[in-house]
Design a protein around this ligand. Structure first.
Ligand SMILES: Nc1ncnc2c1ncn2[C@@H]1O[C@H](COP(=O)(O)OP(=O)(O)O)[C@@H](O)[C@H]1O
Ligand SMILES: [Mg+2]
Length: 558
């Protein structure tokens, strides 16, 4: 399609010069003029068809390219570990998935339309110009290198600026994303003004940097036009001289000017593609960065893919862990303990003591830096991620529900769960009562993030969802904090009677939540400072006694 257009571009001025030189000049033949004119009209129609179809296919191809690429990047991100996502930040991932890919799509479309046409036109017009008048064509030889250098200069300036521009867009998107997902907190702390200021600062930065990047492009067009006009002038000046001396026909001069214009136009188009291309290059590097990042938690090929969690024992051996790559600031330090199948284990400790970090290592949401973690005597790294996570049910501290019905949300735990199973696990989690109290029951729609249930109801639904997985190891990370003590006690009772073969690891703030546990681990600053059951700890651990008595007094005061 593009070649049709190029052929048209190159032939059209030639036909015109024929009309002028032969039809008007020598022959004065109306028939010849009409004949050639008709050929020009036909050529124009063919060119138009080529143009329309070419543009259509280019648009289709580039849109499909973007959609395929988005799917690939999204799939990649789904496989990322928490550490990978922490590194990119969600806002930046969103920019890369949307704006950056759109940028690439636009340039691809442009390139598909012009990349063949402008070089084709350049070469074709150049050849035609030389055949008409080789000496005059020298002018082109002078102008082209100047333009080429200009384009190179512009591109080398533009690329870093486009990079900065996309980074600023990242910052803006991260801000928007954080603000919108936490809009309730923002409002309740009356931080809207502060947030607006923060947004406005990021927005201004983006604007200024975009202007900076565009300033280069803005200068390009007028400069190009100036070059074009000067060249045309030079051609007419020298060419006019040839015509007056009788060395050139008027029609040839007209055709020649058209070819010169075409050459310069195609150089301009090329420079536009290169400019836009440098922008897309910045974007494509950012997209490639995502595609080239390997999840740092993967199934490696050597391991025993068939292993399943069957018993539910957990053992930590001298585990050390931190979130940084530099190995400083250990969040967990030399942690060792063993949990037998079916045991209930409580973890106590101040906020920031490393409780969440500790349990996240069991289903490999993060990997330990030193030491090993064994589940059923097998290193967690030797399970396939699927089998390991199927065996470990975890209710995260910051857990969310998704938009959809309650039923749909619970089925995350087990897609094929029967209604009885769903009711059973809801009963165990003390959720059945309030769910059926509403007329829609399990068909009730939850808003985004589960906004239309209370904190305690959300926690109970999250527990029910985890129970549906029928995990061998159940981890509750502060998942009953919003429940009253009576409801919490009933859930604990249910656990004791109905989940006696499941290993339960319960992180809690209230000592009463873990008092009956077989074993309690007390954490402080990432170290275990006490381990044993309630009676033992009351005897041996001063810290445990302190927590116990201070909570008891508060209880009394109420
Ligand atoms: N994603 C993270 N990246 C970096 N540091 C983190 C991250 N999550 C937690 N931390 C740090 O690790 C320490 C332990 O946190 P955490 O395990 O959440 O404590 P707890 O659950 O006992 O309150 C804290 O000092 C916290 O600042
Ligand atoms: Mg925590």
């Amino acid at each position: 399609m593009m070649l049709t257009e190029v052929a048209g571009d190159v032939l059209m001025p030639k036909l015109m010069s024929l009309i002028i030189n032969e039809g008007v000049g020598e022959l004065k033949d109306m028939g010849y003029i009409i004949n050639t004119g008709i050929r020009m009209v036909l050529l124009a129609v063919v060119m138009m068809a080529g143009g329309v179809l070419g543009n259509y296919f280019a648009a289709r191809a580039s849109i499909s390219f973007a959609s395929d690429l988005r799917a690939d990047v999204f799939r990649k991100v789904q496989g990322f570990s928490f550490k990978n996502i922490d590194k990119f930040s969600t806002g930046s991932l969103i920019t890369r998935l949307t704006n950056d890919i759109t940028q690439m799509q636009n340039v691809l479309r442009m390139a598909l339309v012009m990349l063949l046409r402008s070089p084709g036109m350049l070469v074709g017009a150049f050849i035609m110009a030389i055949t008409i008048n080789a000496r005059l064509a020298l002018i082109i030889g002078i102008v082209t290198p100047i333009l080429g250098f200009g384009i190179y200069f512009i591109m080398s300036k533009a690329l870093p600026r486009f990079n900065i521009m996309q980074k600023k867009l990242d910052t803006l998107n991260t801000g928007i994303q954080e603000n919108l997902t936490n809009i309730r907190v923002v409002k309740s702390f009356v931080r809207s003004d502060f947030e607006e200021e923060k947004f406005s600062a990021a927005n201004t930065e983006l604007r200024d940097n975009t202007v900076k990047a565009l300033r280069i492009i803005i200068c390009t067009m007028p400069l190009m036009t100036l070059m074009m006009n000067i060249t045309t002038l030079a051609v007419v000046w020298f060419g006019g001289g040839f015509v007056i001396k009788g060395g050139m026909l008027v029609g040839d001069l007209i055709a020649f000017t058209t070819y010169i214009t075409q050459i310069l136009m195609s150089l301009m188009m090329l420079s536009m593609i290169i400019l836009q291309g440098s922008r897309a290059l910045a974007s494509s590097r950012r997209v490639m960065e995502v595609l080239d990042t390997d999840s740092d938690i993967t199934d490696d090929a050597s391991m025993n893919k068939d292993a399943h969690v069957t018993q539910g024992s957990v053992e930590f051996k001298n585990v050390t862990f931190n979130y940084t790559d530099t190995g400083e600031n250990d969040v967990l330090c030399d942690i060792s303990f063993k949990i037998e199948p079916g045991e209930t284990v409580g973890i106590l400790g101040a906020t920031g003591s490393g409780k969440t970090s500790l349990v996240q290592l069991i289903p490999r949401l993060y990997d330990a830096d030193e030491g090993e973690i064994l589940v059923d005597g097998i290193n967690v790294k030797d399970y396939s991620l699927k089998n390991l996570r199927d065996g470990v049910g975890m209710v995260l501290q910051k857990n969310v529900l998704f938009s959809g019905t309650i039923m749909e949300n619970l089925k995350w735990g087990d897609e094929n769960a029967t209604e009885e199973e769903i009711i059973e696990s809801s009963e165990h989690a003390q959720a059945h009562g309030f769910v059926t109290a509403a007329p829609e029951g399990y068909e009730r729609e939850l808003g985004q993030g589960g906004v239309n249930v209370s904190g305690g109801q959300k926690q109970r639904l999250c527990i029910a969802r985890a129970l549906l997985k029928k995990p061998k190891i159940l981890i509750l990370d502060d998942s009953t904090s919003a429940l009253d003590t009576a409801t919490e006690a009933r859930i604990r009772e249910n656990f004791d009677t109905d989940l006696d073969s499941t290993t339960k690891i319960i992180i809690a703030q209230r000592i009463t939540s873990v008092m009956d546990a077989d074993k309690i681990i007390v954490l402080e600053d990432g170290r275990i400072i006490g381990m044993g059951n309630h009676t033992e700890l009351m005897e041996i651990s001063e810290e445990y006694r302190d927590i116990y008595y201070s909570q008891k007094e508060k209880e009394k005061a109420r």
